[in-house]
Design a protein around this ligand. Structure first.
Ligand code: HMG
Ligand code: MG
Length: 297
């Protein structure tokens, strides 16, 4: 098993989408440019969803136009439908991500569509992306619990992950949107999906609501997952997921991985500096324990 773990930095998108105060476009661009200098290979830059639904990211095109893209780094963006795909492409995106959920009511609240309807919405996106040579990631939310229905059957997670993969998504990110999972459950969920979708095409995406995210990641690494989503300074949350808190902090994940002898290609001090800078910009505490500890040492 490879000891390289690719971190998908979702701070500029998942991290900022739930911020109440409007973050200046220049700060979003500065965040991405700083992250680009840390050794990260994938930085989810923004999202081309409806600006009425997520006003914070209404400046997606300006952000894409303003960042200094570095060779070797992918800057995927979220798209909910074909309209979002067209906007993303016009803004110069070369990778996109579609998103749905394993639970019906959450998906309705988040996207105004049932799960199967959202999969139908993605069909033209995947068709166009194939023709355009654009890589598409697929997210499955609520894989370890839903704010509306509670428990989510594993079979529902597997069905949606398999459907996204069969449609042509090169990578499926399994999201514990409300951060309720614990290690054994996380591992059982990953195993169930990996029986149907190759492990090499899977990523894990943990929110840290109950402080379980690092433990969940460590458990899933044992099973062979090698792509981990996280957000610098532990920012984030979905505005349509009641009770969701920040993503696991990228600095904490990288500290853990390096401590386990795994490679990320990331310069941890540079990443931690960026996290402290971002906490200052947002005017609140740093959600990364490693970032706080490194500032004191
Ligand atoms: P809707 O209101 O049903 O859309 O929203 P519609 O198709 O009926 O169109 C209504 C209006 O929206 C129209 O404009 C469209 O043009 C416009 P009007 O005629 O009224 O002026 N519209 C758009 N405008 C710009 N870009 C677009 C777009 N699409 C329609 N792409 C929709 C449906 C899916 C668009 C909406 O529900 C939406 O944008 N939802 C996004 C919510 C969101 O971003 N949530 C957070 C991301 S998911 C997440 O965080 C979870 C994740 O991190 C993993 C995890 O943690 O689990 C990924
Ligand atoms: Mg998320």
């Amino acid at each position: 098993m490879s000891d390289f773990v690719r971190i998908v930095e979702v701070g500029p998108r998942d991290g900022l989408q739930n911020e109440k105060q409007q973050v200046a476009t220049a700060d979003k661009i500065a965040l991405i440019d700083r992250l680009s200098a840390t050794g990260l290979r994938t930085i989810e830059a923004t999202s081309f969803v409806s600006p009425k639904w997520v006003p914070q990211l209404a400046d997606a095109a300006e952000v894409m136009a303003g960042i200094a893209r570095r060779p070797g780094i992918a800057y995927p963006v979220l798209v909910p439908n074909e309209q979002g795909y067209v906007r993303a492409l016009a803004a110069g995106a070369s990778e996109v991500a579609v998103f749905t959920a394993a639970s019906e009511q959450f998906n309705r609240t988040n996207t105004n569509a049932g799960i199967d309807e959202s999969l139908q919405r993605f069909a033209p996106v995947l068709e166009r992306a194939r023709a355009d040579g654009i890589a598409v990631r697929g997210y499955v939310s609520t894989v370890l619990g839903c704010p509306y229905q509670g428990e989510v059957p594993l079979a529902d997670v597997v069905r949606v992950a398999r459907a996204l993969h069969a449609m042509g998504c090169h990578e499926i990110s399994l999201g514990d949107t409300i951060g309720v999972g614990t290690p054994r459950k996380a591992r059982a969920m990953l195993r169930a999906v990996a029986a149907e979708v190759p492990m090499a095409a899977l990523a894990v995406h943990f929110h840290d609501t109950y402080g379980q995210a690092l433990a969940n990641i460590a458990a899933c690494l044992e099973d062979g997952v090698r792509v981990v989503d996280s957000a610098v300074a532990g920012t984030g949350g979905c505005p349509y997921a009641r009770g969701a808190s920040g993503n696991v902090a990228s600095e904490d994940v990288v500290y853990m991985l390096h401590g386990m002898g795994m490679d990320t290609g990331i310069d941890l001090p540079a990443l931690a500096d960026t996290g402290r800078w971002l906490a200052g910009v947002l005017g609140r505490g740093n959600g990364s324990k490693a970032g706080l500890a490194m500032a004191r040492s």
